[in-house]
Design a binder for this molecule. Structure first.
Ligand code: HEC
Length: 153
């Protein structure tokens, strides 16, 4: 490679590198506190969904499910003050009230799930039904407050 082309190649590589760095920064900035927290919320959902998949899975995972459900109780409290999106909610008469209600409901229903699975005589069906009840609060909140994203969760 002669000097001129070498210089061009280095220049291109540098330019590309800087472009990527800028992109990474932009992506980081978009990640909100609530978004980060929701990723942890999602991990607990995976644990609970897998653990309630069938009777055999349930018998093995009751302790794990209880722990994840208790985590949700905490995460609902943690998420509640991160209500920046309330300002941009559409179609709600009182978005702040709706936000608080949904967070409280999510926490309450998660506590119910934790109490339920803590009982050795509880059934996989009861736990799964309770998970579905909780999932409705996730979906409802995402529909009201996460309007620009597709509902995938
Ligand atoms: C009271 C409102 C509310 C509830 C309840 C709620 N979420 Fe969210 N969730 C949000 C909002 C708002 C966002 C968008 C956050 C952002 O990107 O700033 C979000 C984002 C997410 C994301 C995307 C995170 C990312 O990478 O940005 C996941 C995953 C998620 N929620 C899962 C769940 C699950 C699972 C539940 C129920 C167990 C749940 N959420 C309950 C409001 C809620």
């Amino acid at each position: 490679m002669n000097r001129k082309w070498f210089g061009l190649a280095v220049g291109l590589a540098l330019g590309l590198g800087m472009g990527m760095t800028a992109l990474t920064f932009a992506a980081d900035e978009k990640e909100t506190e609530l978004g980060k927290l929701m990723e942890k919320v999602q991990k607990n959902k995976t644990t609970i969904t897998k653990g309630t998949r069938n009777v055999a899975a349930y018998k093995k995972s009751q302790a794990e499910i209880e722990k994840a459900a208790k985590d949700w109780v905490k995460q609902a409290k943690e998420a509640k003050p991160h209500n920046e999106v309330v300002k941009s909610a559409k179609g709600e008469a009182d978005p702040q009230k709706k936000w608080d209600e949904l967070m409280d409901l999510w926490g309450k229903e998660s506590q119910k799930l934790a109490d339920l699975v803590a009982k050795s005589e509880s059934t996989q069906k009861d736990a799964k039904d309770q998970l579905n009840t909780i999932n409705k609060t996730c979906t409802e909140c995402h529909q009201v407050f996460r309007v620009d994203a597709d509902e995938k969760f």
